[in-house]
Design a protein around this ligand. Structure first.
Ligand code: NAD
Length: 286
């Protein structure tokens, strides 16, 4: 193995410690502790685990838990009413609607009830638009986590060739926009890209978020490149990413593992966004 491994677990811990310090300072300064409202609809076991972790780590950072759980058969109007109530509650700094919601609900319409200043998942149309325009706003958590890892490992972005595999609103698209904002030359690949390996081989920085286990192998990686694997797949032999870790580790310069790479960063950046939102709502800047 030639690649250095990016330790997302350690970086995420540092981010959470910084957030906890920020929360303590806000309160010591006469402010109010940030409140995070996670909203879970139904009983999907994976979503329950994600939400439980978000609640546990936010309270560990000194935040107030405003969790709400709605039954799987809740109606659209009732779910929207809950989000409106949280939007109006001054104790709630951030609202996170756990996705996906049950199929009968219009999740876009639900997200639209979350005011941009409380949209700590960064998925509202306003925050997505601000990002697209290169203006400040709350950023989606996983893409923000990817950028934080690149910064922590001092990966040069200005002028770099960056290739992003995937164009979802949740990951690929915002990652590409964040890399562009840092002056990388960005190419976005997707399911209709003709020769994926050939395009990926151009990359100094390759971010893979396609949702296909081991899609990217050593033939798609330029020697010495930085490779960030966003994918998560639960197999019989544990978790895997979208990148063939063992093969790519022989070629890449820097590489995220799965687990222990991007995964832990998502919640850490959610906490960072919630603190940012609370500060802004309390007139204490960014
Ligand atoms: P998605 O299914 O919404 O989007 C996948 C994207 O990949 C699409 O834009 C599609 O065009 C592209 N794609 C599909 N097949 C392709 C191919 N053969 N070649 C090139 N591009 C292809 O998925 P998503 O929500 O963006 O998530 C991607 C992965 O990241 C999933 O494995 C998901 O579990 C994981 N994820 C991890 C975290 C985390 O915290 N680490 C957060 C969100 C998502």
């Amino acid at each position: 193995m030639t690649a250095r491994t990016i330790d997302g677990t350690a970086v995420a811990r540092r981010v959470r410690e910084d957030v906890a310090r920020g929360v303590a300072e806000l309160v010591a300064d006469g402010g109010t502790a940030p409140g995070l409202a996670t909203v879970l609809v139904g009983d999907d076991p994976a979503s329950e685990v994600y939400v439980r972790n978000k609640r546990r780590l936010s309270t560990e950072a000194g935040m107030v838990d405003h969790h709400r759980h709605l039954p799987a058969d809740v109606g659209q109007a009732e779910a929207e009413a809950l989000l409106d109530e949280l939007a109006a509650d001054p104790a709630v700094s951030g609202i996170l609607l756990q996705l996906p919601t049950p199929k009968h609900l219009d999740s876009d319409a639900l997200v639209a009830r979350i005011p941009a200043e409380k949209d700590v998942d960064g998925l509202s149309t306003l925050n997505a638009g601000l990002l697209a325009q290169g203006r400040p706003g709350l950023r989606p958590c996983t893409p923000a986590g990817v950028m934080r890892l690149l910064d922590e490992y001092e990966v040069e972005l200005a002028g770099a060739e960056a290739v992003v595999v995937g164009r979802s609103a949740l990951v690929g698209r915002p990652v590409a926009q964040l890399l562009l904002a840092r002056n990388a030359t960005v190419t976005t690949c997707h399911s209709r890209t003709r020769d994926l390996a050939e395009v990926c081989r151009r990359a100094d920085v390759l971010v893979v978020a396609a949702g296909i286990p081991r899609l990217v192998g050593a033939d798609a990686v330029k020697p010495g490149a930085t490779v960030v694997d966003v994918g998560i797949h639960r197999g019989e032999d544990g978790l895997h990413g979208d990148v063939d870790f063992a093969a790519v580790a022989e070629v890449a310069g820097l590489l995220t593992p799965v687990p222990g790479g991007v995964g832990p960063m998502t919640i850490a950046m959610l906490l960072a966004n919630t603190l940012t939102a609370a500060r802004a709502q309390q007139g204490r800047g960014t």
